[in-house]
Design a protein around this ligand. Sequence first.
Ligand SMILES: NC(=O)c1ccc[n+]([C@@H]2O[C@H](COP(=O)([O-])OP(=O)(O)OC[C@H]3O[C@@H](n4cnc5c(N)ncnc54)[C@H](O)[C@@H]3O)[C@@H](O)[C@H]2O)c1
Length: 264
Amino acid sequence: MILKGKRGIIFGALDEKSIAWKVAEKAHAEGATFVLTNAPIALRMGTINKLAEATNSQIIAADVTKNEDIESLITKSMEILGGKLDFVLHSVGMSMNIRKGKAYTDLDYESMHKTIDISAMSFHRVMQLCMKQDAINEWGSVVTLSYIAAQRVFPDYNEMGDTKAMLESITRSFGYHYGKAKKVRVNSISQSPTKTTAGSGVKGFEGFYDYAEKMSPLGNASSEDCANYCITLFSDYTRMVTMQNLFHDGGFSFTGVSYEVVNV
Ligand SMILES: NC(=O)c1ccc[n+]([C@@H]2O[C@H](COP(=O)([O-])OP(=O)(O)OC[C@H]3O[C@@H](n4cnc5c(N)ncnc54)[C@H](O)[C@@H]3O)[C@@H](O)[C@H]2O)c1
């Protein structure tokens, strides 16, 4: 029960495959209480009701690109949970260019703008609005999810690579300011390819999933493993960790080549 008494908001549980879904299950098992949130359109599927029931939590609709939605989410969450927050999981990402199958050299800029707004600027927005409402307790923890395409080229990951680089930069910059002002910690987890709706939408996903599996000495990290890592970051056992991009990828990021890949 390492999260006993802690309150939070979990963004991005779409279905049972979502990383945020696993985080919610584990946070509940570790004693946390939280509000679940997703875009109104995602909530219409209704799948999240099952998770809310299982974790005894309430659901609030919020589009991460809208200030008024996020402001009201924060206010209502504190009312429902009976106090300020201790953790926030931002597990949100979407690229219209990937969905439309556009190549990196033929991007639609309206779509790119939307990708950046949903997948990176929203992280700044959530923290800025939390800070304005003084919604997070001292030593609270904010976590977002990134991918190694922020550092290396994965051709079909498209403008999401640039967007993840921005997300990781916001993690550092806001981490500095939130740490100084309120002792709130901010980190990103750079996760292995994972078979979720967002992950599987990337062209050639199966190919780089298998490649990463062969390259990583421990194999790909599952969404359950990722959720466990998130829980440690929400807990008091990682109080001095902030402004980091933390690779959670079975060793992929530091492996040059593996026997499996060169067929030795
Ligand atoms: N799956 C992978 O291979 C992988 C690897 C590394 C990092 N990540 C990151 O993990 C995070 C979670 O993705 P996932 O793999 O669990 O997939 P997912 O599709 O289950 O989750 C993405 C979530 O973003 C939400 N979302 C999209 N637009 C939104 C909006 N306007 N407002 C609010 N919510 C919105 C979706 O409804 C969905 O719940 C993403 O940031 C993703 O980039 C995924």
